[in-house]
Write a protein that binds this ligand. Structure first.
Ligand code: NA7
Length: 534
């Protein structure tokens, strides 16, 4: 006999875990499907040495249970991947969530039956699962890219991918290692490889701006103080522009003296972390203000890196600072002063091919025992469009989004009833604290499901005009910033052929929450809620 659940949760990362918790708490019949062997999502897969969150650990955590936040002890200011994974494991065990997930199964197809108002999902073992609602907690940076370099399949050495790092420690001592990719993952892993390996050659296509993380251990007093004041901290975070506490200088960068500006940038640089990108309130909207920040960062790079040519190669030329996600690092620039590290600027000398023994650029050959790929993701849309996902009236998601994703509030998609995306395109997701963002979106999703159940509604689907209006609004807000000037993954620019459009909502997380609250409180304005007569 076929079981039709109330809801299927796809993904068991930070969002899927919470969606499962909330669905069970709401008394829903739910099953979860996860491609990995365990919970954790991003923090399950990205196990490379140095993987670390750039949101402070005390904020990158769930707020739904006061006892959980009192019980869990974060050891560092910015948590490492093993610690976050242990936290997510703990949450899954604490609330007995694991037994509701099917692990090691990837969803390959999803079909909506308009008559029955149900979804049917097929996993890669051919098994089908049926439900009224779907919560797609599939991640925004979860479809890794394997670059199609000529000769890559001939390489006889070891290939490692940061996004699929082996679970067992990898011994790189005595090895000649090449690294392709200088985004957050490459910049985090590089200094650790440089310390372990005989040599490290970094193949850089585009440099990124990175600021010191200034990670450190948290003291017991610091942690206790946060724990005691969590209720106020969480409440403020719920309506904060990026979903966690932050403040900019009270004046614009263009309104203060050169000395005051310098002092403010220096203070943020010393404090460490991504907030350097928000030192002044006009930094991401006014190119003059941005140039001040950029010049400050460039002077820092030149002061740290001893070889002026290498320093120059490490300075981005293609985007205002912070408009590609700014990276936080531990010793990245200083690493280039080591004798065993070399930077290869692929803009000057492109990779011609990967050979059995290493990499050949148009002017040199590099013999390598190991190549590490930190080459990024098909961000925001990739995990969803890689599923053969078909909704009502013949809608195929990959086709609907061929010219860029159109969503309503980043939560619903016209043509796909009863499907809710969490942390996907159209929401602040990647611009916000993912923990706070996840709770807001999942809570909203569960409210919608409950509303439908209470009112005998079979189908909830955004109206096409509401989705178009939201997506237009998204574009207008982005156009008021400098973000659209960067060839970033926010813009889809890291994938050849992907339509360039700014995919996240950049109007601020607090504002976004208010909009979503209002839509809910006004009976889901913008949605068609219907009963289907049978
Ligand atoms: P990113 O930030 O997308 O970085 C990927 C890097 O890989 C970037 O430097 C790319 O250069 C480079 N890349 C990709 N393909 C190639 C090829 N074919 N040749 C050379 N270089 C290549 O991914 P991350 O995993 O580092 O970080 C993703 C997010 O995770 C990060 O922003 C944080 O939010 C957490 P490009 O810039 O495309 O020229």
């Amino acid at each position: 006999m076929t079981t039709t659940r109330d809801v299927i949760v796809v993904g068991a990362g930070i969002a899927g875990i919470y969606a499962m918790y909330r669905a069970l708490e709401a008394g829903l019949d739910v099953v979860g499907i996860e491609a990995g062997e365990s919970v954790g999502g991003t923090w399950f897969w990205n196990r490379y040495p140095g993987a670390r969150c750039d949101v402070e650990s005390v904020d990158y955590s769930y707020s739904f249970d006061r006892q959980l936040e009192m019980d869990w002890t974060w050891s560092e200011r910015f948590a490492t991947q093993p610690e976050i994974r242990a936290y997510l494991d703990h949450v899954a065990d604490r609330y007995d969530l694991r037994r509701h997930f099917v692990f090691s199964r990837r969803v390959t197809t999803a079909r909506f039956d308009e008559q029955a108002s149900t979804w049917t999902l097929t996993t890669d073992d051919g098994v089908q699962h049926h439900s009224r609602f779907l919560i797609m907690a599939t991640g925004c940076l979860s479809a890794p890219i394997r670059p199609d370099l000529p000769g890559i399949d001939d390489y006889a050495g070891t290939m490692l991918f940061t996004a699929q790092w082996p679970d067992q420690p990898v011994d790189l001592s005595g090895k000649r290692v090449g690294l392709i990719g200088t985004g957050s993952s490459g910049i985090q892993v590089a200094p650790i490889i440089a310390e372990q390996a005989e040599s490290l050659t970094v193949f850089q296509r585009s440099p990124n701006y990175t600021v010191p993380a200034r990670n450190r251990l948290l003291t017991a007093e610091e942690l206790r103080e946060v724990q005691e004041t969590y209720p106020q901290r969480r409440e403020a975070s719920r309506y904060a522009p990026a979903g966690s506490l932050s403040a900019t200088h009270p004046k614009k960068a263009t309104e203060v003296s050169a000395e005051e500006r310098q002092a403010a940038f220096e203070a943020r640089w010393q404090e460490g972390g991504v907030l350097f990108a928000k030192t002044f309130p006009d930094q991401s909207t006014d190119i003059v203000a941005n140039d001040y920040a950029r010049e400050f960062a460039e002077a820092k790079i030149r002061s740290i890196v001893e070889d002026p040519e290498v320093a120059d190669d490490l300075i981005p030329k293609d985007h205002p600072i912070g408009t590609k996600r700014i990276v936080t690092d531990s010793g990245y620039y200083a690493m280039y002063n080591r004798a065993n590290v070399e930077l290869v600027n692929l803009r000057k000398h492109a990779i011609e091919q990967v050979t059995t023994w290493g990499i050949k650029t148009d002017d040199a050959s590099y013999e390598l025992d190991v190549i590490v790929f930190a080459t990024g993701f098909d961000a925001l849309t990739g995990a969803l469009t890689s599923i053969d996902l078909r909704g009502a009236r013949g809608a195929v998601l990959a086709d609907e989004w061929a010219d860029g994703p159109t969503t309503y509030l980043g939560l619903g998609i016209a043509g796909f009833p009863n499907l809710i995306t969490v942390n996907g395109p159209g929401s602040p997701s990647v611009l916000a604290n993912m923990a706070t963002h996840t709770e807001q979106q999942v809570d909203w999703a569960i409210d919608l499901i409950q509303h439908c159940r209470e009112h005998g509604i079979d189908q909830a689907e955004p109206r096409a005009d509401a989705a178009e209006k939201w997506t237009e609004h998204l574009g207008e807000v982005a156009a008021g910033t400098l973000f659209t000037r960067a060839p970033s993954w926010y813009m889809g620019a890291n994938i050849e052929g992907k339509t360039r459009t700014f995919m996240p909502y950049i109007g601020g997380f607090g504002n976004y929450r208010r909009i979503c609250d209002e839509v809910r409180d006004t009976g889901y304005e913008g949605f068609v809620l219907s009963r289907v007569s049978r």
